[in-house]
Design a protein around this ligand. Structure first.
Ligand code: NAI
Length: 256
């Protein structure tokens, strides 16, 4: 029987890149998003055409009741979960200097990017532990999509940077806690990736990239991230729990 992967925010951008890559390597897919099910029918069909099963689990991961419902839906349909990919995330609505940025923006960004991921992980981890205790051959893992913003300071989106630094620590915490159950937890840290999230700052990044910001002289793509996530999900890194995988074209290599 195929393994099952749940990808939050999986209907577009990096999440959809991850979904396609996981489906192409044979995972059955549950993907989550905030849009109503009617608006993701084409995506659902495109995944099924890859020869795997797929379901859409609508819900806002910032809300406790929605997180429970998302996992219930996976449980009902597949009766198991092998891989959780915490990808859903938002940028602040406005990029604002940390000397003036609002508390509302902080709450919104932290609720989705950090609290949502953290408590979905808690709930999924408990289910994975149950599955492992029933079947010692069960293999589960958790992959968190953070960002170079976990360590690169941008003073016009402090809330976002803090949320991603938090995901980094959450990765280590759950890696430690789930070690005894042989459930590895990983962090994938993308750089500048071409998606809806970055479309508003395209010109700025075009020019930075042209001027040598990255060692690989191009934007990253959702597929670049998808390939790394699916390699991890397939178990290609069996002795690396708690570690960070960079997907940033060398942007964070220190230079002098
Ligand atoms: P995107 O805006 O294109 O897609 C984000 C997806 O997450 C959307 O499908 C959206 O509906 C979903 N989502 C947002 N809030 C949600 C919520 N509360 N509950 C459920 N789903 C929700 O963004 P993109 O660029 O694909 O980003 C995906 C992840 O990668 C995010 O966590 C982002 O912070 C991270 N990232 C993005 C980078 C980039 O350059 N685009 C770079 C580094 C990290």
């Amino acid at each position: 029987m195929k393994k099952v992967a749940l990808v939050t925010g999986g209907s577009r951008g990096i999440g959809y890149g991850i979904v396609k890559s996981l489906a192409s390597t044979g995972f059955d897919i549950a993907f989550n998003g905030v849009r109503p099910v009617e608006s993701v029918q084409d995506i659902l069909e495109s995944i099924k055409k890859m020869g795997v099963d797929a379901i859409y689990c609508q819900g806002n991961i910032a809300l406790s009741k929605d997180r429970k419902r998302i996992l219930q839906q996976v449980k009902k349909h597949y009766k198991k979960l092998n891989i959780l990919v915490n990808n859903a995330g938002i940028a602040p609505k406005e990029r604002a200097d940390i000397l003036t940025a609002s508390e509302k923006s902080f709450d919104d960004v932290i609720s989705t990017n950090l609290k949502g991921n953290y408590f979905l992980t808690q709930e999924a981890a408990n289910w994975m532990i149950e599955q492992k205790q029933k079947d010692t051959n069960f293999s589960g893992s958790i992959i968190n999509i953070s960002s170079i913003s976990a360590t690169v300071a941008s003073v016009n989106r402090g809330d976002y940077c803090i949320s991603k630094a938090g995901i980094s620590m959450a990765t280590q915490l759950f890696a430690v806690r789930l070690g005894e159950f042989d459930i590895p937890v990983f962090e994938v840290r993308p750089g500048i990736i071409s998606t809806d999230m970055t479309s508003g700052v395209k010109e700025k990044y075009d020019s930075l990239i042209e001027n040598g910001l990255c060692l690989q002289n191009r934007w990253g793509t959702p597929d670049d991230v998808g390939k790394v996530v699916s390699a991890i999900a397939m178990g290609e890194f069996p002795y690396s729990t708690g570690q960070v995988f960079m997907v940033d074209g060398g942007l964070t290599v220190p230079r002098l």
